[in-house]
Design a protein around this ligand. Structure first.
Ligand SMILES: C[S@@+](CC[C@H](N)C(=O)[O-])C[C@H]1O[C@@H](n2cnc3c(N)ncnc32)[C@H](O)[C@@H]1O
Length: 204
């Protein structure tokens, strides 16, 4: 399926400071609970709206994997974060269901504004289930997954209402996938934020 985000102009618009109204970065960072030396995966990183803050949070001893299936997104990410000052950032070709990252390698993972896309890739929700399984594989036991997406309410920007997900439905998906909900809050008037943790130990 063609990725509508494989478009440089569209991706660059995600970096507008006006996005802070809908997706304020400080509470997202707080929810991830990152510290110096930790490893975090920004899955569906787009143009890297969160990457600078993630890199600062983990420092040069940490790791930020900016994962995206779009070649245009990866080109933009590479341009923005290829310098020595961001050597903890790695740009990765992958999707939420196939990140290419190692088992139990990440302390945290973030899915920002990609949930509605994952839900609608396959009509049976299969891509979302595969994405949760991948998150469980990649996260360390007890690692955090922070998910934010649009509520089904009218806004002048954002995806069509019919594609949006209610946070209660997302919380049900998360629990069915074996994660534990730590908190469910409003990131802004039209965006929800779910913070969940992977199981402490996977059953053998
Ligand atoms: C709305 S943008 C959000 C980008 C970024 N997370 C942000 O908040 O600025 C959606 C991103 O998800 C990526 N994407 C599309 N399908 C995906 C998938 N199956 N797994 C991971 N990312 C995907 C797109 O290439 C695009 O960069």
């Amino acid at each position: 399926m063609k990725n509508p985000w494989d478009n440089r102009e569209r991706l660059e618009r995600l970096l507008t400071p006006r996005r802070e109204r809908w997706f304020p970065r400080a509470p997202i960072l707080l929810a991830l609970g990152l510290g110096e030396g930790m490893a975090v995966a920004d899955v569906g990183a787009g143009a890297g709206y969160l990457v600078e803050e993630l890199a600062l949070a983990v420092g040069l001893a940490g790791r930020v994997w900016a994962v995206d299936p779009s070649p245009q997104a990866r080109a933009l990410l590479t341009e923005r974060f290829q310098d020595q000052a961001h050597r903890q950032v790695a740009v990765c070709d992958g999707s939420a269901a196939a990140t290419g990252l190692a088992d139990r390698s990440a302390d945290g993972m973030v899915w920002m504004a990609i949930y509605h896309e994952l839900l609608h890739v396959a009509p049976d929700g299969g891509e979302l289930r595969r994405s949760f399984a991948e998150a469980r594989r990649v996260l360390k036991p007890g690692g955090r997954l922070v998910i934010g997406d649009w509520r089904p309410v009218p806004t002048e920007v954002g995806p069509p209402i019919g594609e949006r997900v209610d946070p209660a439905a997302a919380a049900d998906h998360v629990v069915a996938a074996g994660f534990t909900v730590v908190s469910s809050t409003n990131l802004s008037e039209a965006v929800w934020l779910l913070t969940v943790t992977a199981p402490e130990e996977e059953p053998q």
